[in-house]
Design a protein around this ligand. Sequence first.
Ligand code: TXA
Ligand code: MG
Length: 311
Amino acid sequence: MTTITGTEISRAADLLAAGEVVAIPTETVYGLAANALDGRAVARIYEVKGRPAFNPLIVHVPDANALKKYAREIPDLVFTLAEKFSPGPITYVFPKRDNIPDIVTAGGDSVAIRIPAHPMARALLERLPFPLAAPSANPSGYVSPVSAAHVAAQLSGNIAYILDGGHCAVGLESTVVKIEQGSIRILRPGAVTHEMLAAIAPVTEANTDKVLPGAGQSSPGQLASHYAPRIPVIIGDVKLLAQTYKDRKVGLISLDELSPSRDLAEAAQKLFSRMRDYDATVDVILAEWMPNEGVGIAINDRLRRAAATQP
Ligand code: TXA
Ligand code: MG
């Protein structure tokens, strides 16, 4: 299959309507999209990504009204959050309706739904009569793509079209939340931060989120196969590590290196590009924890996963 990269929303829409898989830009990372109501189209996503069948997909919809079509119960708190943060980099988990095929939710009873903010993603969703299931458009286990070129580098030949929406503004996958008895459980940290959510309702964090600088890996099963470049990622004091690795070709990741003005949002936007560049050019990545606040928590989460034992 020839893969074409372009900016034609109508072409992407036609392919999706025909049951094809198309890479689309979002403000977080590029997604590998298919008609979420078509189990066969969604099966192609798993095939192209090499994604394990137990990992459910996010369903993308054009606006908050569409949530009701696919979610069985919507806590009021979600509408409050959606008013503030959607369209944007946040995903909500709900009990699913029967119209969502089991393959989308990996057989589970809940569905994750997001309203993306990228103008091309919105235009596409608004013209389609169905929602889009879309995981990040990378082979399972690798770093998420934040440009059309990143997608093409790995999925060329396997998908028909890459809708090119430029470099992703956020650069990290969305915050995934679930409402439990009036509080917000963060299942995956992202650019909608703990602090932003805590201003609205009590927040609890699942698993790994509050990374302590210097902390070891937690449960490897959770971490091992995610967001990892092929080369080793070592986290610590980059100046000391640079001494230890002085005979190797190293790439450095630190707040100063990603953002000279020490802006965490800029660091988040550049993180995955930097990891990919280093993966192609150096032997080992030496990284330093970000300040553990704001989007720094999400960056630290991705760094920790990248550093987790690799196959
Ligand atoms: O920013 C994003 O979320 C990007 C763009 C393309 O929207 N998508 C993305 O998808 O990162 P993916 O498949 O790479 O990650 C989806 C995450 C996984 O951690 C998955 O386990 C979780 O969302 N997830 C999906 N459905 C879920 C559900 N029903 N309950 C709990 N977690 C769920
Ligand atoms: Mg992913």
